[in-house]
Design a protein around this ligand. Structure first.
Ligand SMILES: [Cu+2]
Length: 466
């Protein structure tokens, strides 16, 4: 699915007949405007690399946002403008989407909807001021199954000025790779699985390693950030060997009373935990997920040194993020049906296609990332409150992600929902869920399943605000 043919900017524009208008309007060309500008605080280089995911076994053809290893953890500050230069060192186009950040639409990273693809050798500068603090992530929005499947999924943290009192902060970027016994990539998906729950990986990793162990001071307080950047897997997380508290989900602080026994995270979701390390040197915390009903270790945290004697009660609560509260009495209800697709062959796109259409939103499958995108599946008035009625008429899970806006979970026909703020609703089989939001960020916002095979075979669209 990688496009071997070298496409130039001219060729990409040629697909547009030379015009600059798309469904999303017009946008500036990204490259060639950097001279004289301030240096970017961060630079990412999309790269094809060989890397040993397992000791002594190098995997060829991985993709990263760095030329020498896993994608870096980006740390930004709430409310401060960040400049991030992205250079495309791949031999195919790419873009970067900043998952969960409520930033200007022009910086959202969706090909043709918000920007032109970044062509081979080009650099695009993204600039934005994140309004919310918390744990986020970044990934391409072009040829996503291939680029993300090969490794281009990184963690982004927005720091708050207020310090909650942790001794350390550990990120675990959780994801699978689809490797054969020789450690080399096998086919990224199977059509039979793409039409069902999605194709699972074969090697589970945390920070690109199998079951890593991290040494941390005994009795210290850890902010543990679990970030599911996998293209398919639903994680069911539990910790053994410690008292841990859930403090945030999908970037937003959670009520202290909300402490689920296992933390269910679909593709794209994040959980922040407050963890007290064991007081005795050598004692270990195991972070597990359930696979086929059995716990499987993802990573271990081992206590070292003297007991620091910290207690979870010493932590201050996280500051809330400034998300507008929807006015339910005035909210218009908009239904969305997530269902089957017609099985057609999709149009070809420089951002890749899997060759199948299995899924749809409101009976309309997304045709692919094309210069002439179809119309928005919903139009929202700026400043108004809305209830989205998300109806999953399939028997598979769909983590439904909305770009650029944060919504609140309201209710479900299957279960009691905690009143959480999120950007990704884990819609269960045959579930109908109401969520609510204020349409306060103008633009065309992608709305899609984060099981990437589902997204790439039709389960995608966009809403227009303003
Ligand atoms: Cu899905």
């Amino acid at each position: 699915m990688i496009h071997k043919r070298s496409l130039t900017r001219r060729a990409a524009l040629g697909l547009l007949g030379g015009g600059a208008a798309t469904a999303g309007g017009t946008f500036a060309l990204g490259s060639g405007t950097l001279a004289g500008n301030p240096a970017a605080a961060h630079s990412l280089r999309a790269s094809v690399i060989d890397h040993a995911l397992r000791d002594g076994q190098t995997t060829a053809g991985m993709m990263s946002f760095a030329p020498d290893g896993p994608p870096p953890v980006l740390r930004l500050r709430r409310g401060e403008e960040s400049l991030i230069d992205v250079t495309n060192g791949l031999d195919e186009p790419t873009t970067v989407h900043w998952h969960g950040l409520r930033i200007a639409n022009s910086q959202d990273g969706v090909p043709y909807l918000t920007q032109w693809p970044i062509m081979q050798g080009e650099t695009l500068r993204y600039a934005f001021s994140p309004p919310d603090a918390g744990t986020f992530w970044y990934h391409p929005h072009c040829n996503t199954l291939e680029q993300m499947g090969r490794g281009m999924t990184g963690v982004l943290i927005v720091e708050d000025d207020e310090d909650a009192g942790f001794d350390q902060d550990l990120v675990l970027n959780l994801r699978d790779f689809r490797l054969g016994p020789d450690g080399q990539f096998i086919n990224m998906f199977r059509a039979r699985q793409a039409a069902r729950g999605g194709t699972q990986g074969t090697v589970m990793t945390a920070n690109w390693r199998e079951e890593p162990t991290y040494d941390l001071p005994a009795g210290s307080l850890l902010r543990l950030r679990l970030v599911v950047t996998d293209v398919t897997r639903v994680y069911r997380i539990s910790l053994t060997g410690t008292d841990a508290r859930l403090i945030a989900l999908d970037s937003h602080p959670t009520p202290a009373s909300y402490q689920p026994e296992e933390i269910v995270l679909g593709a794209g979701q994040r959980a922040d935990l407050a963890v007290r390390m064991p007081g005795t040197e050598g004692e270990t915390i195991v972070i597990n997920t359930l696979v086929a009903g059995r716990p499987v270790a993802l990573a271990r945290l081992r206590a070292t040194g003297q007991d620091a004697g910290r207690r979870l009660e010493e932590l201050r609560p996280l500051a809330s993020n400034p998300v507008a509260e929807p006015v339910l009495a005035d909210a218009e209800i908009i239904p969305f049906v997530f269902g089957w697709g017609p099985g057609d062959r999709p149009a070809s796109s420089i951002c890749g296609t899997l060759g199948y259409t299995f899924w749809s939103i409101n009976r309309t499958p997304w045709p692919g990332d094309l210069p002439d995108a179809p119309g928005a599946i919903a139009r929202l008035e700026m400043g108004r409150s809305y209830i989205f009625r998300l109806q999953n008429e399939t028997r598979y899970n769909h983590p439904i992600h909305l770009h650029g806006l944060t919504f609140r979970l309201l209710s479900s026909n299957k279960r009691k929902l905690p009143p959480l703020l999120t950007d990704t609703a884990m819609l269960q089989a045959n579930e109908t869920m109401d969520i609510a939001l204020v349409a306060d960020n103008p633009g065309d916002w992608a709305f899609h399943c984060h099981v990437i095979e589902h997204q790439k075979t039709g389960l995608a669209g966009y809403i227009r605000v303003g």
